[in-house]
Design a protein around this ligand. Structure first.
Ligand code: RP5
Ligand code: MG
Ligand code: MG
Length: 259
């Protein structure tokens, strides 16, 4: 019975704002638990207005999305469930529960925001399983490279594109990594406990492992780019804290390689 944690943090203001979340105790996360006084701050980043990659405001009359479905080029279906709606605002409701913040925050989509996370791994010369990690520009935390699925994009494409942008400084080396991209193994698809999640917008992802058994990565230059400011290999056993629920994804990587 999973309850999100990172999107209930009241210690720090919400990304790019001065707004603090309402404290949601564990037992009040589920929507089914009645809490009539719950009135979280409402925040949708004004920078989203007019962005081609972002939804219009929910009250915009011209905005008539197909919820819980593939809506043209945008996947508005959740991996978790058919999501419900707030009775008064008609906004989609986070399937895990309350986050202490209503509105969309900095996320582009109302409801699920789909991402893809490539875990590129290898066995080091001294025998340790390790993966390519990047440091995020937005909050300096270490993370698996990854990003949003663009409108009309296949997830398989997002995985390669994001790795190219964040870990190869924009150079997608098609030839030498071809074999690597062809041996992907899906580890997870579902909710991400992302610090940007709100009551009405949340992250979901597909995590795929590309394990380099042939030393293909020795022929390419790994370098942080785009939303990433640094890059390094991290050992799965290092217990290093990672962004959002990425530590859980690394546990799945470990399990898949010890099986
Ligand atoms: C996380 O945010 C996902 O797991 C993915 O790694 C990432 C996508 O967002 P951006 O990196 O594009 O900000 O929830
Ligand atoms: Mg990116
Ligand atoms: Mg990213």
């Amino acid at each position: 019975n999973f309850v999100h944690q990172k999107c209930r943090n009241v210690e720090v203001p919400y990304l790019g704002s001065k707004i603090h979340r309402t404290l949601v105790p564990d037992e009040f996360v589920k929507w089914s638990r009645e809490w009539t006084e719950y009135k979280p701050p409402v925040h949708t980043d004004p920078k989203l207005k007019g962005q081609a990659w972002a939804d219009p405001d929910i009250s915009d009359k011209s905005f008539q999305p197909s919820w819980n479905a593939v809506d043209g080029k945008i996947n508005r279906a959740s991996f978790i469930c058919q999501y419900a709606f707030d009775q008064s605002t008609l906004c989609p409701l986070n399937p895990i529960g309350r986050t202490g913040l209503a509105g969309r925050g900095v996320l582009g989509r109302w409801g699920p925001n789909h991402a893809a996370d490539p875990i590129v791994s290898r066995i080091s010369d001294d025998g340790h399983l390790e993966f390519v990690a990047i440091q995020r520009r937005d909050n300096s935390e270490w993370a698996i490279p990854g990003g949003m699925v663009d409108a009309g994009e296949e997830v398989s494409q997002t995985l390669k594109r994001e790795f190219g942008e964040e870990a190869m400084h924009g150079v997608i080396d098609k030839e030498s990594l071809e074999e690597l991209w062809n041996c992907g193994k899906e580890l997870y698809r579902g909710y991400v406990d992302d610090p940007r999640n709100t009551d009405n917008a949340w992250m979901e992802t597909v995590v795929v492992n590309f394990h380099d058994t042939k030393g293909l990565l020795k022929n390419v230059k790994l370098q942080a780019g785009d939303d990433a400011t640094s890059l390094r290999w991290i050992r799965v056993d290092s217990k290093e804290p990672l962004y959002a629920s990425h530590s859980h994804f690394i546990d799945l990587l470990k399990a898949s390689h010890s099986a």
